[in-house]
Write a protein that binds this ligand. Structure first.
Ligand code: PHE
Ligand code: ZN
Length: 853
């Protein structure tokens, strides 16, 4: 019963058209009679007409529902079933709507609404999935309390809020906090729990549970600790307590996203909660801790205060990402977290902002809201909050947040409401700052510097290229954190935040007896591209001496990029001075190993392609790949003498502990192993593989071996060892593709799609293979076009099952206009092939159309 193909142009929704719903929902009571292919959902909803409503029409959303019966105040009615829902004539006084519908969870492969995953019932309602469960005003500004009764034979049956009565064949739940339907959740199945308790600051005792499939209960302890840390942190830093008697987390295997913040019943992709040293890497542990925190923090930023409409998505997502980043920085290392986030922002958000999918953090139109859960809404949305905090200062920031929670608790809000609490607490006018929410595109910031023997002047120019639908960009408010250093690397001017508001603006520093070395955009104080012409010598100086760790790393990154560009465009050898700087930094035991690992990890090939494109050169993926290989090989040879000693010195002894310190050491150790295996034929990696008692070491050894084409035996052994563990097998599938030679990547991915353990219906598995192909720059963009063709073929097949995941993965094509005509031609053929598919989903149709334009 999938939506029919958009025969006519699909409907576009606009922010400017917002109208409140004509009715308030006072209460919702739901009864679920579970059956895999024929679940019945009975609803009883109390509606109160709104005085003077702009739109008095009684329209309830509903999709893929079979209406069994409908009543108003106990009398049967005959609603008109229309596209996307129903209409009905209703009394002008408050009334009770009742309906019974039938749905088919077993047939639901889109994983939206009520569906089955491994025999277990579960739901996903954000953004617009509740309308696949029952007829309802499925919009975030309609908030109500929910009472839920689940009838079934499942041993565990959960919903939002606090538990009520339960007995043989039923369980009742009551959520006293008014919420929009997108936060509704239900889970039922054979589950076991990992229980714990938490006492809130005000002394409220809360029961905590992580629910998993039998066998997985040994993988819950880390997530539970992360949850308790998050609860404490939100009390201490934001003064926010938990507000129900129970907090449940459930792990499901089939899930489109990472996790979901349903009130009191968070549902997680099992990859984002299950952890054990044997099956999870350091990176997994860190990500799990961050996602548990993220979903928990949504209880206040998202649930207690929600969004008026989906255009305001970054109101909850940007703020919650910002909060989880603060949490990770506090739990682990602040500079390391910042550097990793910037790497991620540049890899995912900058290409989006600079291509056909560019949109503002608060979009003004969409066809399918699921296509706007993007790096721009999430990560740039968080950057915007970081800038706000930098501009107003910490004290004012927390004061504004207190006011936000106070003023808007229980409401569905807008970006205007959010900015107003800053205006009211600081007296600042936020009109210009608001452009960060309304304008797409990454500003470029040019710097010129001048010194007259006493005064040092920095002159900045900002400009933003046109983006789809936005030709002209007004100047934005840009906080530029600057510090000045002397020749000895001492700070002569400590970090100062310059507030740029004009298209061009100068800032002066007086009383300097020597020309200083400026360190600009410290901590990456704004999501912009800094264009600064500097000598390699100055970058090398900053790499060695900058007192701001972010900019220290940034100087190294710029050198790495320039070294590769010179290799590609001028046929230069890897820059000797840079190799030397890198070597001495890696050997510097006084530096945090995690930081050294970051300095050592090369810029991605996609980043180099982007840099070439910006410099006016058409990137050649094969040349970029060769330069990367040559560079690493040369570095390995230059460091040959010290690599075995460094490898030994960075090896972590003792039992595995997934903390930041150990993870940092292991990251450095594995980067060194990568270099070492280029010169020792894989000997050290093979030994590490043999001895590994945790997944971090096992996987890094396997990756090193596969990269030098020596890992066939280990790969087979790995498969035998882990073939029954879905999450570990995802790693195995992905690694085959990402370590393949460019010309082989598409073939490897194709044969993995034919593997007995490949499963189109499991988004994790699909992403493991096809996501790895899309991320293999030289493989995906191989001149044969095989990468493009395979991805298109698989996306077409997946679209019939799961439009949401298909549409998200179309973004792999968003950078296509960077490349040569031949490649562009090949991509165009594939995009047009997808678009011509009969019955193509609205989701994929929108994405491909935008990419083609
Ligand atoms: N709201 C979820 C989060 O931020 C993400 C999500 C969106 C999950 C849509 C499922 C569907 O964590
Ligand atoms: Zn979120």
């Amino acid at each position: 019963m999938k939506d029919a193909s958009p025969a006519t142009a699909p409907e576009t929704f606009y922010l400017k058209d917002y109208k409140p719903f004509g009715f308030e929902v006072e209460s919702v009571e739901l009864i679920f009679r579970l059956a895999p292919e024929a679940t019945r959902v009975l609803s009883k909803i109390r509606f109160v007409p709104r005085e003077g409503a702009a739109d008095p029409r009684f329209f309830l959303h509903g999709e893929e529902l079979e209406l069994i019966s409908a009543q108003i105040d106990g009398e049967p009615v005959a609603p008109r079933l229309i596209d996307g829902g129903l209409e009905c004539d209703v009394p002008s006084e408050p009334f009770t709507w009742e309906s019974e519908v039938q749905i088919n969870p077993a047939a639901n492969t889109a994983l939206e609404g009520l569906y089955m995953s491994n025999g277990m019932y579960c739901t996903q309602c954000e953004a617009e999935g509740f309308r696949k469960i029952t007829f309802y005003p499925d919009r975030p500004d309609v908030m109500s309390t929910f009472k839920v009764r689940i009838e079934g034979t499942e041993p565990v049956m959960l919903s939002n809020g606090n538990p009520g009565d339960s007995g043989a064949g039923f369980a009742e739940w009551h959520d006293p906090w008014p919420k929009p339907a997108y936060l509704f959740a239900l889970v039922a199945g054979e589950l076991v729990n990992h229980p714990d308790r938490f006492t809130t600051a005000s002394g409220k005792d809360v029961e905590l549970n992580i629910w998993v499939r039998p066998g997985d209960e040994t993988k819950c302890a880390f997530g539970m600790e992360a949850l308790k840390k998050s609860m404490t942190w939100d009390e201490e830093v934001y003064g926010r307590e938990y507000d129900l008697d129970v907090f449940n987390i459930v792990a499901v295997d089939d899930f489109n996203m990472g996790a979901m913040e349903n009130k009191g019943l968070n549902i997680f992709n099992s990859s984002c909660v299950l952890a054990s040293p044997e099956t999870s890497t350091d990176m997994n542990f860190e990500r799990i801790e961050a996602i548990i925190a993220h979903e928990y923090f949504h209880n206040w930023t998202g649930n207690r205060i929600t969004c008026r409409d989906w255009f305001q998505l970054c109101l909850k997502e940007g703020l919650t990402v910002y909060r989880d980043a603060q949490f990770t920085a506090d739990m682990r290392s602040e500079p390391v977290k910042r550097i990793s986030d910037v790497i991620d922002l540049r890899a995912r958000q900058f290409p989006e902002d600079g291509g056909p999918l560019a949109h503002p953090p608060r979009p003004e139109e969409f066809q399918e809201i699921n296509n706007f859960y993007t790096a721009t809404v999430y990560e740039k949305g968080a950057e915007v909050i970081g800038m706000l905090k930098r501009l107003v200062g910490d004290e004012a920031y927390y004061k504004a947040l207190d006011l936000y929670f106070d003023r808007h608790d229980g409401q569905a809000c807008t970006i205007e409401d959010w900015l107003e609490v800053f205006e009211d607490t600081t007296g600042r006018d936020m009109a210009q700052f608001k452009r960060w929410y309304s304008d797409a595109g990454t500003p470029r910031l040019k710097v010129a510097e001048e010194y007259d023997g006493e005064t040092f002047t920095l002159t900045f120019q900002q400009s933003t290229a046109p983006t789809p639908g936005q030709d002209i960009k007004e100047p934005r408010v840009i906080p530029i954190a600057v510090g000045l250093l002397n020749d000895a690397g001492e700070e002569v001017v400590p970090t100062t935040v310059l507030e740029m508001t004009e298209a061009e603006q100068s800032f002066t520093f007086e009383g300097l007896s020597e020309r200083p070395v400026p360190s600009i955009l410290r901590e990456f104080s704004a999501p912009v591209v800094l264009e600064r012409e500097t000598s390699a010598a100055e970058r090398t100086f900053l790499l060695a001496h900058d007192t701001d760790p972010f900019n220290r790393w940034e100087a190294g990154r710029a050198l790495a990029r320039e070294a590769r560009l010179a290799m590609i465009t001028e046929g230069a050898a890897p820059d000797a001075a840079y190799l030397e700087a890198l070597t001495s930094l890696v050997r510097d035991d006084a530096l945090d190993p995690a930081f050294r690992a970051l300095v050592l990890s090369p810029p991605s090939q996609s980043e180099i392609a982007q840099a070439l494109h910006e410099a006016g050169t058409t990137p050649d993926p094969a040349a970029i790949h060769d330069a990367a290989e040559t560079f690493s090989q040369t570095l390995a040879q230059a460091m040959a003498d010290s690599l075995p000693r460094l490898y030994a010195a960075t090896t972590v002894d003792g039992p595995y502990v997934p903390d930041a310190e150990g993870a940092g050491k292991r990251a450095l150790n594995s980067a060194i192993l990568g270099l070492l295996s280029r010169i020792d034929g894989g000997e050290a990696a093979a030994k590490q593989y043999e001895a590994a008692d945790n997944m971090t070491l096992q996987l890094s050894a396997l990756a090193c071996l596969l990269r030098i084409e020596k890992g066939a035996d280990q790969s087979a052994a790995f498969f035998e060892q882990w073939k029954d563990d879905r999450l570990v097998m995802d790693k195995w599938f992905g690694l085959q593709v990402s370590m393949a030679r460019p010309e082989a990547a598409a073939d490897v991915a194709r044969s993995l799609c034919d593997h007995a353990l490949f499963d189109m219906k499991n988004p994790n598995r699909f992403r493991a293979v096809m996501g790895a192909l899309a991320g293999h720059h030289a493989g995906f963009h191989h001149a044969s076009g095989a990468g493009y063709a395979l991805l298109a073929e698989k996306l077409i097949a997946l679209d019939a099952l799961n439009p949401q995941t298909t549409a998200r993965m179309c973004a792999a094509f968003q950078t296509w206009k960077r490349y040569d005509d031949d490649r562009q031609g090949k991509v165009r053929v594939e995009l047009e092939r997808i678009l011509a598919t009969e019955g193509l989903s609205r989701d994929t149709n929108e994405m491909v159309s935008r990419i083609l334009n």
